[in-house]
Design a binder for this molecule. Structure first.
Ligand code: ATP
Ligand code: MG
Length: 419
């Protein structure tokens, strides 16, 4: 079990965690515990963050990346580092303040580009490669912002690389990552075999994916290297009790960034309308309690989770759009929710769909049950007429039924839920 014993500045760290990964649900508390455990662990050198789209995976990656540096410090130094930390306009840790941390999104990267972004390029590797360039592992090792000279944070952590959307890594590059993740030698592109271009990475590699990685997306040997430490960030539908905290946090961010944008307009040009813009700035207000209530009734797991809420809140606060219209115009985001396209498959069909993972029949049945409950929950949340029929038929008041529907697919046991 986790305590903050592995980390100094317990209170400051807890505060940071509550700010960046808010919520009181058991599920999110477990996420925070895992973050602390893995950040303090000297063996957790590869960490996989799973979860649907927009739940805060990148946020978690940044927090771990930051705390890896804090972990070995004495309390005063740790607190100073936490105080100096800055946040970007979307309320995530601003990575300019953690130079030993380098992010690379693997989605849509052209193969040749992925190669050089990951491993760097040797001078003369190809026409136009006039200078040697560092890849993400090398940048993290030396400290991103200080080219050439080693950064103290990078030296302590060994560097932290965050590879987002690892499921999108092309099959030809996948084997090239194996030596990097095992602490073996790897080479800048074009410098293969040359001692001058040989590098070793001893830092931490964090990966994230909303895709099911047990399928054919990743080579098993790569999967086994990236997945010894896993954090699963749950969908908002599985932690309804966190909604208020999350909404307030998102609202704070949207208000601050809207005011900032208006201030930037005012500063940008001396001819801007000096009556209109300041009054617009003054008009930026918090959500009404009615808007909060209406937003709380949306199944955000189907609409982009935190990312979806942020977009909706932005429309309401920054553009003044009516909450009903915003809700009406939400479109389902299927990705990250593998239940979306599923029709009314029975239990048997679900079982026949499953891939081998060493579990017995009972384990698979349990997983199929979870799947069926989720499908049912999603259908009911999507279909107001059906909900009304059910409410009349079972004589359960609307509001109560809605709460109970949300509870249908709630995780009950940490880590016990079958895949
Ligand atoms: N504590 C928070 N307070 C306010 N907004 C937050 C918080 N955490 C995350 N967000 C916002 O929610 C959105 C999603 O967060 P994040 O990018 O970390 O999720 P993700 O799971 O990596 O998303 P994706 O699947 O799209 O990569 C971002 O816009 C982020 O700014
Ligand atoms: Mg992300």
């Amino acid at each position: 079990m986790t305590t903050t014993s592995g980390l100094p500045a317990g209170a400051a760290v807890q505060e940071l965690l509550k700010r960046t990964v808010p919520g009181t649900s058991t599920a999110i508390q477990h996420v925070r515990e895992d973050i602390l455990d893995f950040a303090a662990s000297v063996t957790a050198k590869a960490i996989l963050i799973k979860g649907p789209i927009g739940v805060g995976k990148s946020t978690v990656a940044r927090v771990i990346g930051f705390l890896k540096r804090v972990a070995p410090l004495e309390r005063i130094q740790a607190e100073r580092l936490i105080t100096d930390l800055r946040f970007d306009e979307t309320r995530r840790i601003d990575i300019r303040y953690i130079p030993w941390f380098v992010e690379l999104a693997l989605t849509g990267l052209v193969e040749t580009l992925a190669d050089s972004q990951l491993f760097g390029v040797a001078r003369g590797a190809y026409t136009g490669a006039t200078a040697q360039r560092a890849g993400v592992f090398e940048l993290a090792m030396t400290g991103r912002s200080r080219r050439g000279s080693e950064h103290i944070g990078a030296r302590v952590t060994g560097g932290v690389v965050f590879l987002d959307e690892i499921g999108d890594l092309s099959p030809t590059i996948q084997p090239k990552l194996l030596p990097v993740l095992s602490g073996g030698l790897f080479y800048r592109v074009g410098g293969e075999g040359s001692e001058e271009h040989a590098l070793e990475f001893h830092g931490t590699t964090i990966t994230a994916s909303w895709k099911d990685l047990s399928s054919a997306t990743l080579r098993p040997d790569l999967l086994s290297r990236i997945a010894p430490y896993v954090i699963t960030v749950p969908s908002l539908d599985d932690r309804r009790e966190d909604f208020d905290d999350l909404l307030s946090s998102i609202e704070d961010g949207v208000i601050a960034s809207t005011k900032q944008s208006i201030a930037a307009v005012l500063e940008a040009d001396r001819f801007v309308d000096r009556d209109y813009w300041p009054s617009r700035k003054d008009a930026v207000a918090r959500l009404s309690s009615d808007a909060r209530r209406r937003l709380s009734e949306v199944a955000w797991g189907r609409h982009g989770n935190l990312r979806g809420i942020a977009a909706a809140v932005e429309r309401i606060i920054a553009s003044g759009t009516d909450v009903e219209r915003v809700i009406e115009e939400l479109s389902p985001i299927g990705a990250g929710d593998d239940t979306v396209d599923r029709t009314e498959d029975g239990m048997l069909d679900l079982l026949l769909d499953r891939t081998w993972d060493g579990q017995g029949l009972a384990g698979h049945v349990k997983a199929a049950e979870v799947q069926l409950r989720r499908d049912l929950r999603d259908r009911l949340l999507d279909d107001a007429a059906m909900r009304q029929r059910l409410s009349q038929q079972l004589r359960i008041p609307d509001r109560q039924l809605l709460t109970q529907i949300h509870q249908l697919a709630r995780r009950r046991h940490r880590g016990k839920e079958p895949k």
